[in-house]
Design a protein around this ligand. Structure first.
Ligand SMILES: Cc1ncc(COP(=O)(O)O)c(C=O)c1O
Length: 397
């Protein structure tokens, strides 16, 4: 674009024309921060739009940075492809709406994350989608009896938030497949480093990528991976209909997070194991939930289906119930009072009054979230320092 022929305002918009990136070969994934993409001709434009040729049109429908994150995520989970989202909840809602419509039923393991429970309780009934909950521990044995002609989807979360209950993936998926049901698994707590549900026959795996995949507590994102037919179905609902697309910079942060995921998850797991073993012996702790402890009811199944560790989240029932839990939290000095998990810092929260507010008292009781139950998402600090802080806070109860 020559300076002489166009006006100042036009130069401000176009500069010297579109950059030639053909010789640019970055080592890291670049951030394609562009809402639209251009074409060589009107025919090319129409062909890409009609799906006759591959290409990028509009970032809500697909973006090179987001697709790089989706492909990497799919490779780690052993799936064909992925779809990335603005949050874990956007991923979960898009997956459910891809398979369930008015009159359908969904069978879910219990408990599930409070936001997911809220979606099941508040929105799905308005769409005439019915939920049947079965305990994580026994869903594999009970599923057969609860399937009806309306059941479309089996929804599993393991280890479960916040009780760390374990679903037997192999047996539950086998039971679901006897009825030709689709199975979606929330793999947020385990990550593909420790557990790969696709290997057991799951159809879709979802993540709150906000957690371990991001790893630093500085962004919100979600992802679902699946094989070809399922991912196309989810992509249409997610991008064309619902529109909860990820931002390119978020996809970039998450793709970067994946590069160190195995190292971080290994260390989170190792640290949590040491902390859980300490808590198990503490006089002010009445119960420790951590799948890495042989005394926990899901331990044997977790050992069978998780490889390389049991994750970074621990739940404890402190002595003194709700008041004990409050005193414990208020005495912490190093550990941070905050929701979420998978960050470098150790995060502590009280599920009944924070992340699981969607549950009423009876529902909390039903899934074993007691008034004194506190969740500890162990970070990457030296475990000795985390233990010292937990110990002093417990001793003040
Ligand atoms: C197991 C699990 N699934 C899904 C979500 C929702 O993810 P997001 O907060 O990224 O929407 C969370 C959030 O805490 C979670 O713990």
């Amino acid at each position: 674009m020559s300076h002489g022929k166009v006006h100042f305002n036009t130069i401000a918009v176009h500069g010297a024309g579109k950059p030639d990136l053909s010789r640019v070969k970055p080592v890291s994934v670049p951030i394609y921060q562009s809402a639209e993409f251009t074409f060589d001709s009107a025919e090319h434009f129409a062909d890409v739009m009609a799906g006759k040729e591959s290409g990028y049109v509009y970032t809500r429908l697909g973006n090179p940075t987001s697709q790089e994150f989706e492909r990497r995520m799919a490779l780690l989970e052993g799936a064909d492809d992925g779809v990335s989202f603005a949050s874990g909840m956007a991923a979960i809602s898009a997956v459910i709406l891809s398979y369930c419509g008015p009159g359908d039923e969904l069978i879910s393991s219990a408990p599930v994350y409070g936001g997911t429970f809220g979606l099941f309780k508040d929105l799905l009934p308005k769409l005439d989608i019915r939920i049947v909950y079965l305990p994580a521990e026994t869903i594999h044995a009970e599923l057969d009896r609860h399937v009806t002609s309306r059941t479309k989807l089996v929804y599993l979360e393991t280890p479960a938030n916040p009780t760390l209950d374990i679903v037997d993936l192999a047996e539950t998926i086998k039971a679901a497949k006897r009825h030709n049901l689709k199975v979606a698994v929330d793999n947020t707590f385990a990550t593909p480093c420790l557990q790969r549900p696709m290997e057991h026959g799951a159809d879709v795996v979802m993540h709150s990528a906000t957690k371990y995949i991001c790893g630093h507590g500085d962004t919100i994102g979600g992802v679902a991976v699946a094989n070809k037919a399922d991912i196309d179905r989810i992509r249409t609902v997610a991008f064309k209909n619902l529109g909860g697309t990820i931002a390119p910079i978020t996809a970039w942060l998450l793709a970067r997070g994946l590069q160190t995921l195995p190292l971080r998850v290994e260390r989170h797991s190792r640290n949590a194991q040491v902390v859980a073993e300490f808590l198990e012996k503490h006089a002010r702790v009445e119960r420790v939930c951590y799948p890495g402890l042989s005394g926990c009811c899901g331990h044997d199944i977790a050992k069978k289906q998780m490889c390389g560790g049991f994750g970074g989240v621990i739940g404890i029932d402190v002595r003194g119930g709700r008041a004990g839990g409050k005193s414990f939290q208020n005495s912490l000095k190093l550990c941070t009072l905050a929701v979420s998990l998978g960050s470098v810092e150790t995060l502590v929260s009280h599920p009944a009054s924070t992340t699981h507010l969607a549950y009423n008292e009876a529902e909390l009781k039903e899934v074993g979230i007691t008034p004194g139950y506190v969740r500890i998402a162990v970070g990457l600090e030296e475990p000795e320092d985390v233990i010292a802080d937990l110990d002093q806070a417990l001793n003040r109860i």
